[in-house]
Design a protein around this ligand. Structure first.
Ligand code: DGY
Length: 321
């Protein structure tokens, strides 16, 4: 019988995913879910044919160059691939895959949670109730911003952006979007396309980010773009922290230019800038956009489908390098 490929699995994955891994591969699992820094990752990768990492493991060029010769594929358990230097992987002939589609609904749910949480002051309200500080009610108490019927600007109308648009339609919101390409009319469903981000910003009561982290998108929300937004805009990011200049967003929240923000992602996760916790008008979540049991299973199965295809000599469906 041919030797089964060895797969290094960098984090604890759902039971059903690990069961399939153990059924079909020599799986090196991580039952303690311990974090692997670059050196630990390189040691653990000794002699493996494949790595199944999450976005929590980093593969910059320096790590890719030092991966053992045996590693042929990095089958990510994530849709984002900004933790992997794709050019360096290509240069070494290492195949890289991701897990698109399966987390669209979960991420869109968290986007709506952030939008609603920021607009309706959920974080402030929850803190008040928990701390036993709620003493009275009046019509002026904890008044927020209504979401229903407002204009939302979606930055990046890809797989997740389109589901967010559908959910926003459920709140009778008018949809504007900025994307590299305009969508066909039947997909647009009346959404207003803006080829230039700056042209969309002044129209929006809410702005929500759904683009990948690339050299072009890094820092795209900055002092200049914020200045073009409506006064009192509500800003949401469930994509990647690096697309936002955090100093600029904090300043805008402090001045009230941005009335509230809902954030699931940050620069330098999980060691986020501690100034965030001092800003009352920001609703903070710890990168849980895709964290549902259903989606975690689906991500694992999708990553395994890619591995299966590769080791069966077929092109993996979600190859990105
Ligand atoms: C993704 O899949 O990119 C999510 O951010 C979780 O890693």
């Amino acid at each position: 019988m041919a030797k089964r490929p060895t797969v290094l699995v960098t984090r604890k994955l759902p039971e059903a995913v690990e069961a399939r891994l153990e059924r079909d591969y020599e799986a090196r699992l991580n039952p303690d879910d311990s974090e692997l820094d670059a050196e630990a990752l390189l040691r653990a990768a000794e002699g493996v044919d494949a790595i199944m990492p999450c976005h929590s493991e980093r593969f910059p060029a320096g790590v890719i160059e030092r991966l053992p010769e045996s590693v042929k594929i990095i089958a990510n358990f994530s849709v984002g691939t900004d933790h992997v230097d794709l050019a360096a992987a290509r240069a070494r002939g290492i195949v890289v895959t991701n897990t698109p589609e399966v987390l669209n609904d979960a991420t869109a749910e968290v986007t709506m949670l952030l939008m609603l949480g920021a607009a309706r002051r959920a974080s402030e309200g929850e803190r008040l109730v928990r701390a036993g500080g709620w003493r009275s009610w009046s019509p002026a108490f904890m008044v927020g911003t209504q979401v229903t019927g407002k204009t939302v600007g979606i930055v990046g109308m890809g797989r997740v952006g389109k589901v967010v648009a559908e959910r926003c339609r459920g709140f009778a919101m008018q949809i504007h979007y900025h994307n590299k390409v305009r969508l066909p009319a039947e997909v647009e469903q009346g959404a207003v396309y803006h080829p230039r981000l700056d042209d969309m910003l002044p129209h929006c009561d809410f702005i929500t980010m759904h683009c990948p982290n690339t050299p072009e998108t890094q820092g795209m929300i900055n002092e200049d773009s914020i200045a073009k937004m409506k006064d009192g805009v509500i800003f949401v990011n469930a994509a990647r922290g690096s697309i936002v200049d955090e100093d600029a967003l904090m300043a805008a929240l402090r001045s009230g230019k941005v009335k509230a923000a809902g954030l699931d992602v940050y620069r330098n996760e999980p060691f986020i800038d501690e100034r965030w916790s001092k800003i009352e008008t920001v609703f903070l979540l710890p990168h849980i956009g895709s964290a549902t049991a259903e989606t975690r299973d689906a991500m694992g199965f999708r990553a395994l489908d890619n591995l299966d295809a590769y080791f069966a000599g077929r092109e993996p469906g979600d190859r990105v390098a």
